[in-house]
Design a protein around this ligand. Structure first.
Ligand SMILES: [Zn+2]
Length: 299
């Protein structure tokens, strides 16, 4: 049976209307399922959509989408910020928090604004505290302190297991698609760990430190004249991780809520920074496992 796009859209919108109604009835478990089904429909549909990876084409795509949003009557503030962000992307820059604060959406009527809502919703009168905040990436709030520590402790061992039996040449071999070799992933993990270690020291030494925005993934293919062997990169990562774990283990729990000013993400707690780096690493395990399969075919 072919599903028409209007049946699909109607079902999606109806699920969200149903979820709000169910929340009003106190039926939160049914409401969560309706919201999950709506999210699943959207992600499932988006999964099959091709979006350009080339930066110029991606920026053009964002500008086009911003125009469509404006035409559809979605908050002008959001469509112009998207267009502005596309310009920065095309120049190889990141939009900082000062020009792109966290968006908030009224949970009742969908009114969208950039930054903290301070007055009641102009459309439906909902209290500003009831808006939904959209954070840059789920990693920030993925792991509570104990779970983040467990994850940070466990990942180097999982990486080591994925490197087991591979030669230096295999670790350095780029895949056919021209993407990262395992070496680049290891370099990236080491660099990200370095940023975590550096920021942890800032949190320990300063009150509300400034956390500079870092495009860490661009460092993974930048090497000095005499790059270390891939396993040495891994050893550096592991040693730095052990040092960080030692410092975190001694930290009073309340200190995890110390704040800093992140150039890209705004006010951040140490808890959010640790969660971010712990959760981020896991996404690269899949990548290493996929690269390993070119050498170890039966896994
Ligand atoms: Zn509203």
């Amino acid at each position: 049976m072919k599903i028409t796009s209007s049946a699909w859209t109607d079902t999606l919108i109806h699920l969200l209307a149903l979820a709000s109604r169910l929340e009003g009835e106190g039926q939160y478990n049914l409401a969560k399922l309706a919201r999950a089904a709506a999210d699943s429909m959207c992600r499932g549909a988006a999964y099959g959509v091709a979006v350009p990876s080339d930066v110029e084409a991606l920026a053009a795509d964002i500008r086009q989408t911003a125009e469509t949003l404006a035409w559809l009557g979605v908050a002008a503030e959001a469509s112009s910020a998207l267009a502005q962000g596309a310009g920065l992307l095309a120049e190889g820059r990141l939009p900082l928090y000062s020009i792109l604060p966290h968006p908030h959406v009224c949970r009742t009527c969908g009114h969208l604004l950039l930054g903290e809502p301070e007055t009641k919703c102009p459309t439906c009168g909902a209290w500003p505290d009831t808006y939904q905040r959209f954070m840059p990436i789920y990693w920030l709030d993925a792991l509570e302190p104990a779970a983040a520590l467990t994850r940070l402790r466990r990942t180097p061992g999982e990486v080591a297991a994925l490197l087991e039996g591979l030669s230096e040449a295999q670790l350095n071999q780029a895949p056919a698609d021209g993407g990262w070799a395992i070496r680049n992933v290891l370099t990236h993990l080491r660099d990200a760990q370095g940023v975590l270690a550096f920021r942890l020291d800032l949190f320990l030494q300063e009150e509300h430190p400034t956390l500079e925005s870092k495009a860490v993934w661009t460092w993974a293919t930048n090497e000095g004249e005499r790059p270390p062997a891939a396993w040495e990169v891994f050893e550096t990562y592991k040693a730095s991780r052990a040092d960080t774990l030692g410092k975190l283990a001694q930290l009073p729990l309340a200190d995890w809520w110390r704040t800093g000013q992140h150039e890209e993400f705004g006010v951040m707690t140490l808890r959010q920074q640790v969660s971010y780096f712990a959760a981020h690493e896991v996404t690269h395990l899949t990548q290493i496992a996929a690269l390993r399969r070119q050498w170890v075919a039966d896994e």
